[in-house]
Write a protein that binds this ligand. Sequence first.
Ligand SMILES: [Zn+2]
Ligand SMILES: [Zn+2]
Length: 285
Amino acid sequence: MQIAAGEAKVITDIVLLSFSGYVCNSIYETVKITFLGTGTSQGVPVIACECAVCQSADPMDKRLRASLMVETASNTIVIDAGPDFRQQMLNAKVKKLDAILLTHEHKDHIAGMDDLRAFNYKSQAAIDIYAEERVQGAVRKEYAYVFSENHYPGVPRMELHNIDNYKLELKGDTVTPLRVFHYRLPIFGFRIGDMAYITDANYIPEETKEQLIGVKYLVINALRKEKHISHYSLGEALGLIREVSPRKAYITHIGHQMGKHAEVNRELPVNVTLAWDGLEVACEE
Ligand SMILES: [Zn+2]
Ligand SMILES: [Zn+2]
């Protein structure tokens, strides 16, 4: 797979990359992540909002609902498939999808799954969906027509697999579910290699922090600067980043109240960046 040069926007940090001429092969063990969406549940801009962020002309201030693509030597995995899933697959030109991992059942994380049909047609197979039992229940309810006895022709095909607190083996990749809390709702983040993705959390138990030891690339949610009942604030996220001490940290699930991308980014420690839609990072050893 060749990754086109020049797609990534210029940033001062060198972790990312224009990827010019980079070739993946069987010994390629770097995990590559692509931020498909970095916005909170309403996205940015928010419909009908006239605030400076929602009116900003900066493309970095346009955020689809939070989702991450993880590419390894064996798999293309997407974490969450919210209402912008179709646009995100088109934007990132995704041609193959091996699995969807679901963090939790809120609409901004599962509303786009009807569009898995396109991948079903292409691969002539169901898409593997990994979720804990409660989340599977929500998916069965939301997409009742997918799981009914009498299929209408052309409905999406999904194969549900259970996540518990143990590691998942996914065709050559080990995925470690990370238990975190979204106010009182237990949800999952995921660690793949030295990269961990945690969204919609505002409490991380000590046992989970132990699972974050050695993480070099940490993606963590922060909604805004002020405290919120079910999401980390920017200050709380920076506190976790200090504890985990990754080489690089990326903030996601950002709301319009965070402020303008360029202005907030200037205030952050050197190893922390607000992620933006389309950002690609090669998570090197
Ligand atoms: Zn969310
Ligand atoms: Zn949520």
